[in-house]
Ligand binder design. Structure first.
Ligand SMILES: [Fe+2]
Length: 187
């Protein structure tokens, strides 16, 4: 994909003092993603497509909360799902749809997150690197990538949560359509 300089709103200063304090990293990552989701929500207040994507992310966080996983990994997983589709909003901004055949949202999201890490706006290492991997590779074949077991675990969990939530949304939409097309069954 051609470089798009709209991403240049992110400063490119390299963060020299990489931190690995897990709780501090998680709180920085949480406040950063909340700010960005709020930004997209405010930018597209009446756009059903964008608002549905925001709802999807909220629902994946709820599902992540329900996953039986070691407590120390739970916050990272919730953060991972909150971040996983950040590329969707840039994708929508660029092409006006969520069509991955034109540009993959994982690539845009990964580039965006890399920039945030380079500028020191989000931490480097630890949970942040796992989130970066999850943004880039959820829903993709990772067989040849040589991911670490922990990276692979998060990518697999986030992919599964993503698919479950999308299936639920698909089922709701299907029932809605059935209702409107065959009102006598649901009168
Ligand atoms: Fe998703």
């Amino acid at each position: 994909m051609e470089h798009d300089n709209r991403l240049d709103i992110i400063p490119k200063k390299i963060n020299s003092g990489a931190s690995h304090d897990r709780l501090r990293d998680e709180s920085e990552l949480a406040s950063k993603i909340d700010t960005w989701l709020e930004y997209w929500s405010t930018l597209y207040p009446d756009n059903k497509t964008v608002q549905e994507k925001l709802d999807h992310i909220d629902a994946t966080v709820w599902l992540a909360q329900e996953i039986d996983i070691a407590p120390e990994k739970k916050e990272s997983l919730k953060l991972g799902v909150k971040w996983h589709d950040i590329g969707r909003f840039w994708q929508y901004q660029y092409i006006g749809s969520f069509d991955d055949r034109i540009v993959h949202h994982q690539d845009i999201g990964g580039e965006f997150f890399d920039r945030l890490q380079q500028s020191g706006e989000v931490p480097n290492g630890g949970a942040a690197d796992i989130i970066a991997t999850s943004i880039k590779y959820h829903g993709r074949n990772t067989d040849e990538l040589g991911l670490s077991p922990e990276q692979q675990e998060f990518v697999d969990l986030i992919t599964a949560i993503d698919r479950i939530q999308n299936s639920c949304m698909g089922a709701v939409n299907y029932l809605e359509r059935e209702k409107s097309e065959d009102s006598k069954h649901y009168a």
